[in-house]
Design a protein around this ligand. Structure first.
Ligand SMILES: NC(=O)C1=CN([C@@H]2O[C@H](COP(=O)(O)OP(=O)(O)OC[C@H]3O[C@@H](n4cnc5c(N)ncnc54)[C@H](OP(=O)(O)O)[C@@H]3O)[C@@H](O)[C@H]2O)C=CC1
Ligand SMILES: CC(=O)N[C@@H](CCC(=O)OP(=O)(O)O)C(=O)O
Length: 313
């Protein structure tokens, strides 16, 4: 475990819930001993992995949780992240880590770009439907809501309890940096350019994320066709579940787990459907999917370390 400002501190003082574990003190990256390390998770602010990665041993397998290697087009990266990409050659090597969609590529990768939380919750339902040409590529509208942990642990006035308690507000309305990430995945599935309308919302809960997707079905396609296709796509998957009948996905039913629950509903407007997916933004939307990816890269059982059930209530 490395740190920056907290380097040198005891593990249990930084993460008091793990005080019973006999873990070494946090160290600065420059002082870390990589001699006996096979793989690392980089959980650094955007732009930082690009800097430190060149100083890491070449043979290390890396799952990067930041956005540094998610966008294949480095010009698009520069546009959304405000600086030129600092490791374009590694960007070419990186594999996008949406596990259920790109499993074979991830298995053989050295560097995996773990997806963002919103893009995970959106692409898991939409990529199979687009690949099967069951929905139209225009008029995809997504309304998403995230718990506050999505903003990280850094103190920001806008995220103080008194600013957000018992409320919800939209942000990133003019454009959120997850838009190009989602459009990249959907466009690859469609083999043509897909654009989306996307509005994220900050909701006063610690963990959890819901994406509600309003789509137009291809001519002759029914909601039952969408349901059956998602059902068969995710039939054997341990972590992606299509709920039965009219059961509505709740964030409360996935929090603390690596599950994505989803379902498909009729819209009142003929020809349209509403798809809802939920994840824990910190697990399937971040660290759980990262562990799933590293398991694949290391040839371990994909569910290793992830077989725990959601915390309820
Ligand atoms: N929160 C979420 O829902 C999701 C987050 N992510 C991504 O995961 C990453 C981490 O997120 P999160 O844990 O929430 O962020 P935090 O801001 O809470 O943590 C950032 C960590 O990086 C360390 N750090 C900061 N600057 C440096 C540096 N220059 N060199 C070395 N270490 C540094 C910090 O150490 P110290 O505290 O000691 O300074 C801290 O441990 C981000 O890239 C984020 O985009 C991905 C998906 C979901
Ligand atoms: C609530 C909140 O602020 N959420 C973050 C997304 C967090 C996340 O998981 O995405 P990254 O991995 O790309 O950081 C945001 O909107 O920027």
């Amino acid at each position: 475990m490395t740190a920056d400002r907290k380097a040198g501190e005891q593990f249990g003082s930084v993460f008091p819930h793990l005080i019973t574990q006999d873990l070494p003190n946090l160290v600065a990256i420059k002082d870390a001993d990589f001699s006996d390390v096979d793989a690392v998770f980089c959980c650094l602010p955007h732009g930082t992995t690009q800097e430190i990665i060149k100083g890491l041993p070449q043979q290390l397998k890396i799952v990067d949780l930041s956005a540094d290697f998610r966008l294949r087009n480095i010009n698009e990266y520069a546009e959304w992240y405000g600086h030129a990409h600092r490791a374009p050659e590694l960007q070419e090597e990186a594999v996008y880590g949406l596990t259920e969609v790109l499993r074979d590529e991830i298995r053989n990768a050295r560097l995996v770009a773990n997806p963002g939380c919103y893009p995970t919750s959106i692409q898991l339902p939409l990529v199979p439907l687009i690949k099967a040409k069951l929905i139209k590529l225009s008029n995809i509208i997504i309304d998403a809501k995230s718990g506050v942990t999505g903003a990280g642990r850094g103190a920001k006035e806008a995220n103080l309890y008194t600013e957000i308690a018992e409320g919800i507000h939209a942000y990133g309305i003019k454009g959120h940096r997850h838009v190009p990430e989602v459009e990249q995945g959907l466009s690859e599935a469609a083999e043509s350019k897909v654009t989306i309308s996307f509005t994220p919302n900050l909701i006063c809960m610690k963990r959890g994320m819901q994406s509600t997707m309003f789509v137009e079905m291809a001519p002759g396609v029914t909601v039952s066709d969408l349901y059956q296709h998602l059902k068969s796509t995710y039939e054997g998957e341990e972590f992606v579940k299509l709920l039965n009948g009219s059961n509505v996905p709740h964030t409360r039913h996935v929090v603390g787990s690596n599950y994505c629950f989803m379902n498909v509903f009729e819209d009142r407007i003929p020809g349209r459907a509403i798809i809802i997916s939920v994840i824990d933004n910190l697990v399937k939307g971040a660290s759980g999917q990262a562990v799933q990816n590293l398991n694949l890269m290391m040839g371990l059982p994909e569910n290793m370390g992830l077989q725990y059930q959601p915390l309820f209530p």
